[in-house]
Design a protein. Structure first.
Length: 204
């Protein structure tokens, strides 16, 4: 919202500056020399007319930029509202096994506790995605959390293995795709580390 106010203030200042520039020569001449030729004043005003038009155009650009920024803010607010609703639906499924059956993507594991774990990991990732996109979490911290909390567990690795392709299709071209790429990168790192550890164990 700060950017919206900034653009609006800028547009107002440009408009007022153009108005002052247009009116100042006649007013100054009139104030200091009442006998000034009005035809000369008209010529002065005409000379500044093109400058005023340019400044008015800049003011219009500012208004357009403000409108675009407001639309973007509205889309972001709608996206976060949808995420909140999604989180609420997942919480309901975690608390009720009957509702969990409605989520096909969460019922791939036959064990009820596994299904609840998958839903909970989904909530964690959604929370981290929102925090990261709002600038509340640097990428280095996000990667550290993914490595230490999600992909250090078998259920976390299994969740992303099953969810990665679906999320890639759903989030294609959208803002969450950037977050998913970071998750995918850390998943592949964890997988390579796990395979290296297993290979070392077999070799020994």
């Amino acid at each position: 919202m700060r950017s919206v106010r900034g653009v609006a203030v800028w547009a107002l200042l440009v408009f007022l500056g153009g108005l002052a520039l247009l009116l100042s020569p006649p007013l100054i001449d009139y104030a200091f020399d009442p006998s000034t030729d009005w035809e000369r004043l008209a010529n002065i005003g005409q000379a500044y007319g093109s400058v005023s038009m340019l400044l008015s155009a800049l003011a219009l650009v500012g208004v357009v930029a403000t409108t675009i920024s407001q639309n973007r803010q509205a889309r972001i607010a709608l996206e976060y509202a949808q995420r909140d609703q999604h989180a609420l639906l997942l919480k309901m499924a975690i608390d009720d096994a009957v509702l969990m059956e409605c989520w096909g993507s969460l019922t791939q594991d036959p064990a009820p506790e596994r299904r609840r774990q998958r839903a909970y990991i989904n909530l964690i990732l959604n929370f981290w995605a929102t925090t990261w996109q709002l600038g509340g979490m640097p990428e280095s911290q996000l990667r550290g959390l993914l490595a230490a909390d999600i992909f250090a567990t078998e259920i976390g690795l299994r969740f992303w293995e099953q969810a990665r392709l679906t999320r890639k299709v759903v989030h294609a071209g959208a803002q969450p795709a950037a977050f998913d790429r970071i998750v995918e990168d850390e998943y592949l790192r964890a997988l390579a580390k796990l395979r290296s550890t297993e290979a070392s164990g077999i070799g020994s």
